[in-house]
Design a protein around this ligand. Sequence first.
Ligand SMILES: NC(=O)c1ccc[n+]([C@@H]2O[C@H](COP(=O)([O-])OP(=O)(O)OC[C@H]3O[C@@H](n4cnc5c(N)ncnc54)[C@H](O)[C@@H]3O)[C@@H](O)[C@H]2O)c1
Length: 424
Amino acid sequence: MDVNGTEIKTVGFQRFGFDCEVPIDVLRSLYLRPHYVTTSSDGLTNGVFSDENAKEEEQHARFIQGNTAYQSKSIYHPDTQSISYTTLSRFPPVKLLPPYGRKRILVTGGAGFVGSHLVDRLMILGHEVTVLDNFFTGSKTTVSHWIGHPNFEMIRHDVVEPFMIECDQIYHLACPASPPHYQFNAVKTIKTSFMGTLNMLGLAKRTKARFLITSTSEIYGDPEVHPQQEDYWGHVNPIGPRACYDEGKRVAETLTYGFHRQDGVDVRVARIFNTYGPRMNPADGRVVSNFIVQALRGEDMTLYGDGTQTRSFQYIHDLIDGLIALMNSDETRPVNIGNGDEFTIGDFAKLVRDIVYKVQREDGVEPQKVNIVHKPMPTDDPQKRRPDTTRAKEVLQWQPCWTVNMGLEEMVRYYKAKMTEGSI
Ligand SMILES: NC(=O)c1ccc[n+]([C@@H]2O[C@H](COP(=O)([O-])OP(=O)(O)OC[C@H]3O[C@@H](n4cnc5c(N)ncnc54)[C@H](O)[C@@H]3O)[C@@H](O)[C@H]2O)c1
């Protein structure tokens, strides 16, 4: 159910003379249980969901509503705990667009968490998509279900090096987004933000492609105003451990507007707030995946600080709607894309625990009681963060549809399937 209590059957919108609506079940089939497909004719059971787990299988089948045909053709063998891949694959149906409607779209960082969901959506909509990624935090497996499709291309490339391709739109996402990843090599993070953005803006200038950069709420730092509007200039520590990312994104925005003013590049700037969803790497230290995986494993949930700091969380499908809406609008100013529902981290931990219990009960598993333990707050972690999304509402007619409960439930089911599979 969405925020208005209506059942969600599709995601996307019809706006600006542009239709980006796709069925939610087709999308789900791409990220839920991607390794578990067998054909009924080969006599195998569906992956680990063998007879004794028939009930669980039924639950999952109901959840993904019979779209298993579009999942990757990889077969899980429970006896040897191995996966075999077939070369033949059936792709989800993609729209057939006339040449004037079909765009050549470059997605940098397209093998990452956000990028892979964007790629799914753009592919189903019928565009020609090229993914450029160095696989630092992303993985080929996130988009492997498209490999071989005539509209899809994947290129291993580091955006700090120049790159040339003909394209109509560039979604520039390449940059590690979680603190352990971007702090792992701070200098490389700054290089990626600066040189990578410089190279992609140069490409946009040469090809006259429209350029969208995924900036971040981190550019507001530890904000002194609440909620944060796009006009707020931020409060960032320029030499702290998070600066490589925060200042990197700030300079990337500066570069973007430099190319816009000086060279007339058609730019879009999305300031993304905390986003969660399937395909998030559970080991990358972000709060939602941390909490869910710990609760599912029956481990104590680690909460940094006293739990009074607040955050807002948006579900991945809402973000992708916002990014596509922004790209196809006329808005060149920065736009916040996030969910305004604010939670203290303490309350959020309890909510995650309740949803994990609920899903486990529904699946016939007796949930283990887990505790919430506190650890010291990391340096420069902001106390409050909530987007003011008035601009997105006004100029994009965009607002989040997914409730936190619904998004979390989907996420819990995803991680549960991944754990059963043994891949996390
Ligand atoms: N997820 C969020 O909550 C969030 C919030 C704000 C902003 N963003 C922004 O959205 C974008 C995507 O974030 P994500 O959560 O998917 O992160 P992610 O780490 O999952 O994905 C980033 C992708 O970029 C690739 N990459 C990194 N450095 C690269 C380089 N030098 N050359 C080529 N590819 C490179 C990685 O391999 C990965 O596939 C990032 O720009 C991030 O700053 C995300």
